[in-house]
Design a protein around this ligand. Structure first.
Ligand SMILES: [Zn+2]
Ligand SMILES: [Zn+2]
Length: 280
């Protein structure tokens, strides 16, 4: 699989010049099956706008596009009204909230509210694409992709600590595993459930919004420190670690320094940059 970061910034997009290396758009991840060329998306932060443009420019054809959500905070949904394929009448888009079943009454309402006339000129029903809202109680689902692919895609989720709740995702395809744990708080010790979800992953993408010092003042904000992310990677024996959800006050120079420190402790780690692509 190919994993591409379209948004790596946490909380709010930033556009000042000293934030361009790591990127200013908020969370959006695209996962591509190299064999079938089909994609799946996790979260629709402002980065999804660029993804939409890329899909149209490359004349990408896919009957149904899945957009899975970790949770629905602004920085993870803000780009949704600007996702160009959602305005194509022929496009089917499945909005997936795996595991969320019991905690939301209506998944469609979240997006309908976001696009109500006071907030946005085009309402959800007028966008064009055929939406299917999949609010599921189960935390694991096996997706059969195209006939030419013998192995299915296994998607697992797990609820983690974050204001309002968040779900981490584990995607397994052709014996490779990618785990995405953003917006997660560990409190005094590392959350064992996060370690379990990340167990032996080829790539773990983990929240690293704060330094340890900052975290002391930001208990309850729902995020991790760089060193906590590394601790999860070490305990879970992952092959590669990508740190993401960069704080909107951490500029390129600061993040570059943090990346060096992280690599000193965990060799195969890096800070996620917008449009960076990782092949697994
Ligand atoms: Zn966030
Ligand atoms: Zn959040």
């Amino acid at each position: 699989m190919l994993v591409k970061f379209y948004g790596t910034r946490g909380s709010v997009p930033v556009c000042t010049p000293d934030f361009q290396e790591f990127g200013g758009n908020t969370t959006c991840l695209c996962i591509k099956d190299k064999e079938t060329n089909s994609i799946a998306v996790i979260d629709a932060g402002t980065g999804i706008r660029e993804l939409g443009k890329d899909l149209i420019e490359s004349k990408h054809k896919q009957d149904e596009i899945f957009i899975a959500f970790t949770h629905f905070h602004w920085d993870h949904i803000q780009g949704f009204p600007f996702f160009a394929p959602a305005f194509n009448k022929k496009q089917k888009i499945n909005i997936l909230a795996l595991g969320w079943g019991k905690q939301i009454t209506c998944l469609k309402d979240i997006f309908k509210t976001q696009m109500q006339k006071e907030f946005f000129p085009v309402q959800l029903e007028k966008m064009g694409a055929k939406f299917k809202f999949m609010l599921l109680k189960e935390t694991k689902r096996v997706f059969k992709t195209q006939a030419k692919r013998p192995k299915p895609v296994i998607v697992k989720t797990n609820k983690h600590r974050h204001p309002g709740g968040v779900y981490g995702y584990r995607i397994e395809l052709d014996g490779k595993a990618m785990v995405f744990c953003t917006d997660v708080e560990h409190l005094n010790s590392i959350d064992k459930k996060v370690v379990k979800l990340a167990e032996r992953a080829d790539l773990l993408i983990h929240d690293a919004q704060f330094t340890d010092e900052e975290l002391k003042k930001k208990r309850g904000w729902g995020h991790s420190s760089f060193s906590q992310a590394i601790e999860v990677a070490e305990r879970a024996n992952v092959k590669m670690l990508a740190l993401t959800h960069h704080d909107p006050d951490h500029d390129d120079g600061f993040l570059r320094k943090m990346e060096k420190k992280c690599q000193h402790r965990f060799k195969d780690s890096f800070l996620a940059r917008e449009k960076m692509e990782i092949e697994l």
